[in-house]
Each structure stands twice: as C-alpha cells, then as structure tokens.
Write a new protein. Sequence first.
Lengths: 160, 213
Amino acid sequence: MSGGTKWYLSEDCLLAAKRVMYTVEYRRFYLRDLESIVVWPNAMWLLRPILSVLLFALLGLLLWPLWGAEAGLIFGSLSLLWAGWELALGPTARTRVRTTGATVDLAIVARTRRAGRVLAKIDAAVRAARGETEQPAPAVPAAQPALSPKEAAAPIGDLP
Amino acid sequence: MNINLFTPPEGRSSPSPLPTAAGAVECPKCSGDVVPLVTPTGWQNCPFCRRRLQIRRWAALRQSTSAATAATDQATCFFHPDKAFQACCQRCGRFVCALCDLQLGAEHVCPTCFERGRTDSGLDGRKSEWRHRDVLYDSIAVTLGWSWFILWPVIAVALPAAIFLHVKYRKAPRSYLIPRSGWRFWVAYAGFAWLPLTIATLILLPRWLAGRH
C-alpha cells in the first residue's frame, strides 16, 4: 500500500517523495530552513530477525510430518540466513528532521550504518546552499561542487 | 536537591562541545538537550538516557515574522491594512506584510496565489515548485493490465480503461516531479495479451503440429 519514501537532494532543497497507492506526495525541506537532523537506531529492530527465525521454525515444524527432516533442514537454513542477513545489515534507523517551521519524523536512511554517509552529503549541500546567502566568508569553502541537473535528481544513496 | 530528571546532577562532567556547534538538539527519547559533538564514529550518546544518536545541526536562519505596523504614509499589506508592506507577490503583484509573505525558494507569493498554485499545479512542469502530489496513471494501467484475470470478465472494462489512461495521460509520466518514461503503459498491454496468447498457443499449436503430421 505504501511504497516507502525516496529522498532526493537538489541545490536548494531536500525532497521527500512518498508513494501511497497510486499517488506520490512530495514534501520539500529547503536547505536554508533546515535546523537539525537526528538519526537514532530503532529499538524494535531485533524483532525482525527474531520473528523471521520463529516463522521459519514454525513452518518447518508444520511440514515436518510431510517432508521429514528435510523440512527442518531447509527452513532452519533459511531462518539462519535471514537472521544473519538482518544482523549484518544492522539496526534500522529512525530520523527526525527539524526546520524553522516544522519537526517531522521521516526515515531518511533505512539502516544506521548508512547514516553517516547520507548526513555528510546533506551537510555539504546545506553548507553550500547557505554559503551563497551568507556574508562572504573566504574561510568557508563549498564542501562539494554544485550538482548538475542529473545529479540533483539522483536519489540519496540506496534509500528505500 | 535536584528533582529535575532531565538535568544532570552537578559534578557530572560532559565532553566539551565544538565551538562552532552552538545550541542543542532535543533527544527523541527523553527530550533532553543534547549538544552535537564530533566523535570518531559520528555517533554520540544522549547524556540523560544514553540513546545513541547521530546529529547534524545548522544555525537557524530565522525569518522575521513580526509584521511592523504601518506608518500613515507607508504602503500597507493587501490582507492586513495596518501592517507595513514587506514584499510584492511575484504572481499577482499584491503587497504583503511579513506575516503574509510566503517564500518558495526565491519566489515571494501571497497566500491566495499559494493556494491557487497548489490547486492548479497540474501537469505543468514549469510549476514544479508548487507540485505536492502526482497521480501515477501509468502504474494504474499496469495494475489493470496484470490483475484483470483474477476476475476475467473485468477485461471488458479494464482494457478500455487502460487504453483511455494511455491516450489521455501518455505524456504525464515525463512531467512528474520525478520524471519517468511511459514504458509502463506498454507493459500493461502485455498484461492483457499474455494469457490469451498462452491459451491460444496451448490449444492451436498441438492441432497445427498434428495437422502437419
């Protein structure tokens, strides 16, 4: 029903495109208005591997009378692989974006391990955008060159 | 006696904050004030609830929203006759005060033009600053094309609907705020065609092969 939120970074704003059924809703966060972005790990993220192990274990138990030991082997392996994959990816992340006008909780990154990279990219864009409107400050160079139109439309990392 | 759970007791030392990272951020768990720090990993702990946080903070560039009262010989706001003029709406030309001045990027607009722009954002790519929603007609067509067989008589309605969507909104995907090509319309047609073609092949092919022999 909900296709998640994709984030796009341009020269002057951070765009959130949220897919809901057959519509996409846009929300802009102008870089001049950004005050803070806080990322923290989701306390319930361990439920994902635990539930997957339990689910596959249940399936293995249900199919054991039909398939025998092979069922346990197959589903046990699948559950361990899934749980291992979730643990390797790390905790899921939650994000709070604060601007001069609003504070919203929208997931900018899916996993905390990517938070540093994404925040660094946003930070560079914010400083570059503000450097154009602030007083001339030769000691504050732009963190990265201006984005081309194609780069401006590029999603931030591999966000959901 | 310190009874405030959100302020650390006296004597607890905390890392000194960066001189440039003045100000604090509210912890999402305990709502305590957390001063952004620079750490090797980028992560820090809330001093009160120990929640792991990664913070980026920038100085607030607050726009003045207190509209000044107009003097007797001063231009006034169209919506607030007692407030002083601050900016001119770049759409309709009306004078607006600090309260009514809405900025979309570098453009100043009045509340009326803002609401009209949001309503009429439509498919005009020049109004991308105003667009807040797009309807994905190509995705609707794909759904029609690939789900009709759940209840096969629906094809009598689904196929004309998909054709209608394609004809009327064939240019829409390119004008979405995040543009995309219109290949999904053709995928919808494939969805209508695969089942009849498969059935026809399964029925006619053996007959043709039998006829050859």
